[in-house]
Design a protein around this ligand. Structure first.
Ligand SMILES: *Cc1c(COP(=O)(O)O)cnc(C)c1O
Length: 411
């Protein structure tokens, strides 16, 4: 374990050397079933052959030409992305989620400035949201714990409680607000889907007041919830599909290669003009080649149906246990939050520590989302057998923890 890193992450004590499908192998050859996908990044699993071929094939041709020129593969990726996201007209390619959300905030501010003049620059976000780690996207993130130590933050962000339609109505002041940024299903704070009422009200209020409705689909998008984009599962007050003005993507977009994107619909598509925005690595050719494989896969309706079925399989298994350690399970496709009656971190540690080649036992890789929520974001390619195996281990861990718990409290 290297001491060369800055101390920014609480890492589990395992060093990985290789992956294949839903599995990772550590430097001692121990095996781990991956239900976290590197935080929704490896959406097609590890070493997925079509993805590996696309990446290697592109690297053999060229890796990067830069944004002063056109690239065949980056152009094809942009076309496919815009065609896949209903209602979107064009795209800016970035490298990460924070960068994509920065782009979205810039678009909202300039859209409003050009049309209404200065003073209408506020961006409203939700409590519990997570939008990134830059100074501006930290300001956009509606959680106080992220607003320490690094101020002053970018001005012009306000937060409303999730699910509070009246607060939304009050916050969306037509004189001061440029945009509303929402995760249809909040990831980092515990897999919290927004209510149908909130999204429908957001769609109406933003349209009435000419405020850009921006969906952060960085974690919940790209098939994760069983729809191509999570907000597509919501309806407006007339029952029609909700229309976004801006959509941001990253995490799984290139199956593990860094990539981010800001997409703009009708209203926002003309906002950025030459020189307004840029990114040296954005639209990198290897990322684009990988992204084409992801998009081809996750836009297939049968593949999306498979994600929904596997998600229901997982929540079905968990609910059938009626386990005393589980207080609530929330799932949308393969984005699942399991609230437990104890700290999540020790469960994650035990899940890794149980790996033992001699005893033929594998480890289990999960994530947390908040102190007492297990977050499951398995690769879309996980098999039914792997799901059953993973759920058996999860149950064993919760049983075991319960025993330890009882042990320390009494006998
Ligand atoms: C991860 C995440 C981000 C930030 O993405 P980075 O690539 O880490 O900058 C933003 N929004 C949401 C919803 C995320 O899950």
């Amino acid at each position: 374990m290297s001491g060369a890193f800055m101390n920014t992450y609480h890492r589990l004590p395992v060093i990985f050397a290789r992956g294949e499908g839903s599995w990772l192998f550590d430097i001692n050859g121990k095996k781990y079933l991956d239900l976290g996908s590197g935080i929704a990044v490896n959406c097609l699993g590890h070493a997925y052959p079509p993805l590996v071929r696309a990446i290697a094939g592109q690297a053999e041709k060229y890796i990067h030409v830069g944004n002063y020129f056109h690239s065949d593969v980056t152009g094809a990726f942009a076309e496919k992305l815009v065609a896949s996201c209903a209602g979107m007209r064009n795209v800016f390619l970035a490298n990460s989620g924070a960068e994509a959300n920065e782009g979205a905030c810039k678009i909202a501010r300039k859209y409003s400035l050009k049309k209404y003049g200065p003073g209408r620059h506020t961006i409203v976000t939700l409590r519990g949201s997570f939008h990134g780690r830059t100074i501006t996207t930290l300001a956009a993130t509606g959680q106080d714990k992220f607003h320490r130590d690094f101020g002053p933050f970018t001005e012009g962000f306000t937060y409303i409680p999730g699910g509070d339609v009246e607060a939304l109505d009050r916050a969306l002041d037509r004189k001061t607000v440029a945009g509303l940024l929402i995760e249809a299903v909040q990831g980092e704070s515990g897999i919290i889907p927004q209510s149908a009422e909130l999204i429908a009200a957001a769609a109406r209020l933003c349209a009435e007041r000419d405020i850009l409705l921006m969906f952060d689909e960085i974690q919940c998008g790209l098939g994760r919830t069983g729809a191509f984009l999570a907000f597509e599962q919501y309806r407006d007050e007339s029952g029609a599909p909700v229309k976004a003005d801006v959509v941001t993507l990253a995490k799984g977009l290139a199956g593990g290669i860094p990539a981010g994107a800001v997409l703009a619909g009708e209203k926002a598509a003309g906002v950025f003009e030459t020189g307004d925005h840029g990114s040296t690595f954005g639209g990198n050719a290897v990322a684009a080649a990988a992204g084409l494989v992801v998009l081809k896969t996750v836009t297939d309706p049968d593949f999306l149906a498979g994600i929904r079925r596997k998600g229901e399989m997982i929540t079905g298994i968990i609910n059938a246990w009626k386990h005393p350690a589980i207080t609530e399970t929330r799932g949308r496709g393969l984005m699942i939050g399991v609230d437990i009656d104890r700290e999540a971190w020790p469960v994650l540690e035990e899940a890794v520590a149980r790996a033992d080649s001699a005893k033929g036992r594998c480890g289990l890789l999960m994530l947390s989302a908040g102190p007492r929520t297990l977050r499951l974001l398995p690769p879309y390619t996980i098999s039914d057998g792997e799901i059953e195996q993973g759920m058996d281990i999860l149950k064993e861990l919760l049983d075991r923890q319960k025993k330890n718990h009882c042990g320390t409290n009494g006998s």
